[in-house]
Write a protein that binds this ligand. Structure first.
Ligand SMILES: Nc1nc2c(ncn2[C@@H]2O[C@H](COP(=O)(O)OP(=O)(O)O)[C@@H](O)[C@H]2O)c(=O)[nH]1
Ligand SMILES: [Mg+2]
Length: 455
């Protein structure tokens, strides 16, 4: 990426609003802004770091609006470069003209994530902090916000850096043993090395656990509602969402396409998939729906298997139970229509978790929510601990764990340390990549393209 140019973009959502904010970063940010924005009293060049001034915007030599400019000076700004934030009135036309004036004065349009990418490249942020900014924007619950907020402030960075430093120290000691096997060159013994490695692995296992929490709270659990037709799957979806998300009728086979929505269940975010009732059918459209339901089941992280307790269990129910026995994720038996319950005993004991519920009256909903929260956040959320936020970080962590375990095994079996060293080096590289100490351009680009323009 070219860091020599100065980029500008609208940071507030595009559309009519009270105020628009346009951001600019780069060497010439202040000089370019000075051509478009004239403060009432002094020139923009004289404005100090993190100071705001009132003034007028010009396009083609004519004043077009009035507003505020805030100046940030390198290296203390968000990006580490000179930056200006311009606030004008939030009209689509006026914002567009201010931007156009900036482009004509020498700025180029910023791409998604350019500001944060520059902050990362200029060493103002680590990769996990940059990723956390995206998660803060996307947070849908206070719990999600608290987890990403802590990472944004460097909670994960601090942990990874501290593990990195310890491991580096270990590697240096290992090299000293290799180079001077007969001399007492280091302050740590092989025994202490094993202990330290065990300690680092303990910290890594805790980080591994933390991904379960961030997955449940921030990403959301892919939850598939399944069952034969007419048992109340769509009614259950609607009970969760609190609105008529899916069509409910007494006609079997109403739902064909998968109907999706996200809801909070305590601090657990559920990404609900309401599916077509699984049954043998000659209806072409319904058949496709049943296929989609089966595919959704294979990708589920939680299954709500719904049964109709107003009717006796039949062959279709039994086939579903058989089908679900092959699934590895948790399955909760949802024994529905408790308001008309005559046959609920038919459905008891089919799964390790079950609940009697009425999607019609809402009875039993809180028990179902409790089961889900216990499954995914059993010990509650410890906000003091660092959290792994995404699959990219997680895969580097797993690489660290596997290499560090190999190294420990090598030391324990009494093999020479140069063998352990190869694994230790790989474990170190995994930590470096986890938080972007060393990371390829491709990965950086991939991460930042997911960002909004102007962030
Ligand atoms: N009495 C009673 N009827 C229900 C309940 N849940 C759903 N129903 C009814 O069962 C029928 C099928 O519901 P629906 O949600 O469309 O089932 P789906 O085919 O599994 O999605 C509708 O007539 C619903 O009103 C319940 O808890 N109690
Ligand atoms: Mg339905």
């Amino acid at each position: 990426m070219n860091l020599n140019n100065t980029v500008a973009a609208q940071s507030t959502p595009v559309g009519r609003g009270a105020i628009s904010m346009i951001r600019m970063t780069g060497d010439d940010a202040i000089a370019i802004a000075a051509k478009v924005f004239k403060p009432k009293k002094k020139s923009l060049d004289e404005v100090g770091h993190a100071k705001a001034v009132y003034g007028e915007f010009f396009y083609g030599g004519e004043p077009i609006d009035d507003g505020v400019a805030t100046v940030y000076r390198a290296p203390r700004s968000y990006t580490g470069e000179n930056m200006v934030e311009l606030c004008c009135h939030g009209g689509v036309l006026v914002t567009g003209l201010v931007l156009k004036a900036l482009y004509e004065a020498g700025a180029v349009p910023a791409e998604g994530g350019d500001f944060t990418k520059r902050a990362f490249i200029n060493g103002k942020l680590r990769l996990s902090q940059a990723e956390a900014i995206m998660d803060i924007i996307d947070a849908e619950s206070e719990a999600a916000l608290r987890i990403s907020g802590a990472s944004g402030r460097g909670r994960l960075t601090d942990e990874v850096q501290s593990m990195y430093d310890s491991l580096k120290h270990l590697i240096a000691a290992t090299y000293a043993y290799i180079d001077y096997p007969d001399e007492d060159m280091t302050d740590i013994t092989v025994e202490q090395m094993k202990e330290e490695l065990q300690n680092l692995l303990g910290r890594a296992y805790r980080l591994k656990e933390s991904r379960k929490t961030s997955y449940a709270v921030c990403d959301g659990v892919r939850t598939v509602i399944c069952g034969k037709p007419n048992v109340g799957k769509s009614s259950l979806l609607n009970l969760f969402t609190g609105k008529e998300t899916a069509i409910v009728t007494e006609i079997p086979g109403t739902t064909r396409d998968i109907v999706k929505d996200s809801v909070m269940c305590g601090d657990v975010k559920l990404r609900l998939y309401d599916t077509a009732g699984i049954r043998d059918t000659d209806d072409t459209v319904e058949k496709i729906g049943v296929e989609r339901a089966k595919t959704a089941l294979s990708e589920a992280k939680l299954v709500l298997a719904v049964f109709d307790s107003s009717r006796p269990k039949d062959k279709e129910d039994e086939e579903l139970v058989k089908e679900l026995s092959k699934i590895t994720c948790p399955v909760i038996g949802v024994i529905n229509k408790s308001d008309e319950n005559r046959f609920s005993s038919d459905y008891e004991g089919l799964f390790s978790h079950e609940v009697k519920i009425s999607a019609k009256t809402g009875e039993g909903k809180s028990e179902l929510e409790k089961i889900i929260v216990d499954l995914f956040l059993s010990g509650g959320i410890n906000y003091d601990l660092p959290h792994i936020a995404n699959d990219r970080q997680y895969s580097e962590l797993l690489r660290f764990i596997s290499s560090a375990e190999n190294a420990l095994q090598t030391l324990k079996s009494g093999q020479t340390q140069d063998i352990a060293c190869l694994d230790l080096e790989d474990a170190l590289a995994a930590l470096a990549e986890l938080d972007g100490l060393e990371v390829t351009d491709d990965i950086v680009n991939e991460i930042f393209t997911k960002f909004c323009v102007g962030k």
